[in-house]
Design a protein around this ligand. Structure first.
Ligand SMILES: NC(=O)c1ccc[n+]([C@@H]2O[C@H](COP(=O)([O-])OP(=O)(O)OC[C@H]3O[C@@H](n4cnc5c(N)ncnc54)[C@H](O)[C@@H]3O)[C@@H](O)[C@H]2O)c1
Length: 438
């Protein structure tokens, strides 16, 4: 297998995992980040994100001299005695107020790449971007690439999920390569040669669309089952049984048919918005995506509707939130439903207590979480509370001793936002139990 020199620009959830895993495959990698604090942490051997399996890989690859960190694209592209064959753009593409993707970081990195490449380089877009971004990246590079150094732009979207990112990267369902030349395709195939999973080679625009369409489709599945769960509650049916019956149909499949308090995180909400926005800009009103978003917003109010139904006035009552991250096994709080739920509760002057195994430091930094009392564990959190709301299905919370929790709460109300608990066991422990769609 060929070993390549690689530069990864952006060392966040995607860039750091990409760079570290490529180093694990044997390539020589320099990860770049403009955030000085993050960079010095990385250089000091501290991992700024929680991602199972990542610290071990980083430690190993640094020891083997295959993984380095740098502060600038210039340094990352031209480390001593080397030159990057491939440069990945893995910076953030956050949502603007109108829902479109903010691509200013992608443009800034493209300009830096153009100014610092010295020989043929494959420029890979790993960030999630709207269709036609590859064309813009290519135009930007040709504008600032005064010496006319040859390059190719590739779209190689990332499908990893936080919490299982290392496993996902090393065992992909598919590797998508949107290419414009056989030369770039050969390099990209070489880069991933030792990974399992089919390689799909497409044009750049199709690759960009595969990512946005995949995330929007998954979000649609979640909103669909959440809408079904609302109907189940109205007629007294059980959404878990409905989802099981649906999921056994091979054309539907069981995954992403779990109802809950809405999807969040740095991908689904913003990618759905950006896909809707770019479709509209191109002249197609993708109204289905708008409905998916509306259902998700409604779903986030499930906790408020239930708690008002059961506790009447909320002023002065205490509500315990178990879990803050948007999903288990991550510390990522970006667009986590817990933030919207905490805001809705504080508007009703509820006393909020909360705990999370790893996301609390990030939650504590958020202005929206001001006023929340953070607790060291689930029992401290539920002590004296009028309601326990399960927000994130961490294994620690699944193992909660419900009888013990019942004894220390003021009012034994359990709102199971992820259908984590067995309703019969919760009721046997003394709780008034409400699951989603049950
Ligand atoms: N997080 C996920 O689960 C996930 C999965 C697939 C795809 N993506 C996509 O990957 C991209 C990155 O997401 P993320 O979650 O890793 O974001 P992130 O915010 O964790 O990381 C982005 C990093 O880029 C750095 N950066 C920004 N501008 C820079 C510049 N000019 N030069 C150098 N570094 C710069 C930031 O400091 C930050 O560390 C986004 O487009 C996202 O949609 C994310």
């Amino acid at each position: 297998m060929n070993k390549y020199n690689i530069c990864v620009v952006g060392s966040g959830y995607v860039g750091l995992v990409t760079g570290s895993c490529l180093a694990e495959l044997g390539h020589r990698v320099v990860c770049v980040d403009s955030d000085r604090k993050k960079l010095s942490a990385l250089k000091a051997g501290k991992i700024p994100i929680y991602e199972p399996g990542l610290p071990e890989i980083i430690k190993r690859c640094r020891k083997l001299g295959r993984l380095h960190f740098a502060a600038s694209v210039k340094e990352g592209l031209n480390p001593p005695g080397q030159r990057a064959d491939v440069v990945f753009i893995a910076v953030g593409t956050p949502p603007r107020a109108d829902g479109s993707a903010d691509l200013s970081a992608v443009e800034a990195v493209a300009e830096e790449i153009a100014k610092n490449i010295k020989d043929y380089t494959v420029v890979v877009d790993k960030s999630t971007v709207p269709v036609e971004t590859g064309d813009w990246v290519s135009r930007t590079i040709s504008r600032f690439n005064k010496k006319g150094v040859p390059y190719d732009v590739v779209s190689n979207p990332e499908f990893l999920s936080e919490g299982t990112a290392v496993k996902d990267f090393l065992n992909p369902d598919r590797i998508v390569l949107g290419v414009t030349s056989a030369r770039a395709e050969k390099v990209m195939r070489g880069l991933y040669a030792s990974l399992p999973g089919p390689v799909i080679v497409t044009d750049v625009k199709s690759a960009e669309l595969i990512k946005h369409a995949s995330n929007s489709f998954l979000a649609t599945k979640i909103s669909f089952i959440n809408a079904v769960s609302a109907l189940c509650e109205k007629v007294g049916a059980d959404v878990s049984q409905v989802a099981h019956g649906m999921g056994l149909d091979k054309r539907i499949g069981p995954l992403f048919l779990r109802p809950g308090i809405g999807f969040g995180g740095f991908c689904f909400p913003k990618d759905l918005e950006a896909f809707y926005w770019i479709s509209k800009q191109k002249g197609y009103d993708f109204s289905l995506l708008k409905a998916v978003k509306d259902i998700n917003e409604f779903q986030k109010s499930w906790v408020i509707r239930k708690v008002e139904e059961k506790l009447w006035n909320l002023e002065g009552k205490t509500i315990a939130l178990l879990g803050l991250a948007f999903k288990p096994h991550t510390d990522d709080m970006r667009f986590a439903p817990s933030v919207d739920i905490a805001q809705m509760l504080s508007q009703r002057r509820v006393k909020i207590r909360a705990t999370d195994p790893v996301a609390m430091p990030r939650a504590q930094e958020m202005p929206a979480m001001k006023g929340v009392t953070f607790c060291r564990n689930a029992y401290e959190c539920v002590k004296g509370a009028d309601c326990l709301v399960l927000i994130t299905e961490w294994p620690q919370f699944k193992d909660l001793d419900l009888k013990r929790a019942f004894k220390i709460m003021r009012t034994p109300l359990l709102l199971d936002g992820r259908n984590l608990y067995d309703p019969a066991k919760a009721r046997a422990a003394g709780f008034t139990y409400c699951g989603v769609g049950k």
